[in-house]
Design a protein around this ligand. Structure first.
Ligand code: SAM
Ligand code: SF4
Length: 356
């Protein structure tokens, strides 16, 4: 399908998605609850394990094997699964990876996902390819983006990503704002001795820009031996570093999710702190993950996975797939133990394989 045809199709699908939301409201479909009474209405979908960067905290420097194309979920399979989950109150989908923008036909996939009636469709990207795609993604129905940027220094950026050009990322930030993929959220993983001296500079960006700067604690993963507990800058340290910059106000809790949000008095943007290690947020967790090779992961830090691709390819009916979705919700663990024992995350595959 050409971009023009996709745009035409998207206009129709937006009407469809609006009526799907209306239908959902009318039928009062409530999100499914897990065994600990948490509402599960959010799915993070990794659509590829490939990436055009090689960030030191995410991937091992060598020896990483990628999935074969036949192992990766097709567009149709992903959209079918989302449609099934929608019947149980799924409202938010985040597309991630690997780098989602290296996947072929990404615009068409976004359009098809929006057509399922998902209210909040977002995407996490490293921003290298976004500037050229932002307008089409918006037209196809994407609501928002998170852009990962851990430093403002071009040399450190290359050291972290191995091959990235920071100017392309800033261009993407500007383009995302222009086409209203907003609020633009910027994900920053502070690592001691690498980029932790820039925490205040990132926080200061919020004074004049409506960015959401999200500091994410460095988590253990299969990432070329870079991870060590003392390299993780905790959320308390982050708050301490930025508290002298202005009058930091805690924002009232909106929705559920892992981020504790703050704003400097009078500032345009927001600061979010995500602390999976020092203060886990499992009590509010509302999400499942779908890996690029078709496994539902109820918790990022648990080994438990449910294969949905094989049954789908073996001809499972929608009812059978629905049962697998419900099973994944029900086996979601109460919490992970990373803050008590960071080594318990040692079994994690690379973040690029499960979508971070
Ligand atoms: N390629 C996209 C990107 O970089 O935004 C999406 C995939 S990436 C795996 C998703 C998020 O995971 C990014 O914001 C990245 O910073 C984060 N991430 C990767 N490895 C991490 C780690 N070890 N600890 C904390 N966050 C990590
Ligand atoms: Fe690629 Fe994102 Fe992982 Fe960096 S964090 S290597 S951009 S998947």
């Amino acid at each position: 399908m050409s971009v023009r045809e996709i745009k035409k199709h998207s206009a129709v699908s937006h009407q469809l998605s609006a009526s799907a939301v209306y239908y959902e409201m009318k039928k009062k479909i409530q999100p499914i609850k897990d065994s600990f009474n948490r509402r599960i209405d959010y799915l993070r979908v990794s659509i590829t394990d490939k990436c055009n960067l090689k960030c030191v905290y995410c991937m091992p420097s060598k020896g990483l094997k990628f999935f074969k194309e036949s192992e990766v979920m097709t567009d149709e399979e992903i959209v079918r699964f989302v449609r099934i989950a929608r019947k149980h109150g799924l409202r938010k989908v985040r597309i991630t990876g690997g780098e989602p923008l290296v996947r072929k036909n990404i615009i068409q996939l976004v359009s098809s996902l929006k057509e399922t009636g998902i209210r909040d469709l977002s995407l996490t990207t490293n921003g290298i390819l976004l500037s050229g795609l932002a307008g089409d993604l918006k037209q196809a129905g994407l609501d928002r983006v998170n852009i990962s940027l851990d430093t403002m220094d071009a040399a450190i950026y290359r050291e972290i990503t191995k091959q990235g050009d920071i100017e392309q990322v800033w261009e993407s930030v500007r383009e995302a704002e222009k086409v209203k993929l907003t609020p633009v959220k910027i994900n920053v993983v502070p690592i001691r001795g690498l980029n932790d001296s820039e925490i205040s500079s990132f926080a200061s960006l919020t004074f004049n820009n409506n960015y959401h700067i999200r500091f994410i604690e460095f988590m253990p993963a299969n990432c070329s031996g870079v991870w060590a507990k003392d390299k993780c800058v905790t959320s308390d340290e982050i708050l301490q570093q930025i508290s002298g910059l202005g009058n930091l106000e805690r924002l009232t809790f909106k929705g559920r999710g892992p981020s504790r949000n703050f704003r400097f008095k009078g500032a345009a943007g927001v600061i979010g702190i995500i602390s999976p290690l020092s203060d886990h947020f499992c009590g509010y967790c509302n999400r499942l993950r779908l890996t690029a090779d078709g496994k539902i992961r109820p918790c990022l830090f648990s080994k438990k996975e449910i294969d949905i691709k094989t049954p789908m390819r073996n001809g499972a009916s929608d009812d059978e797939m629905e049962k697998l979705f419900i099973k994944a919700v029900k086996i979601k663990p109460q919490q992970h133990l990373l803050n008590e024992d960071p080594a318990s995350g040692g079994h994690l595959k690379t973040m690029s394989k499960i979508g971070g």
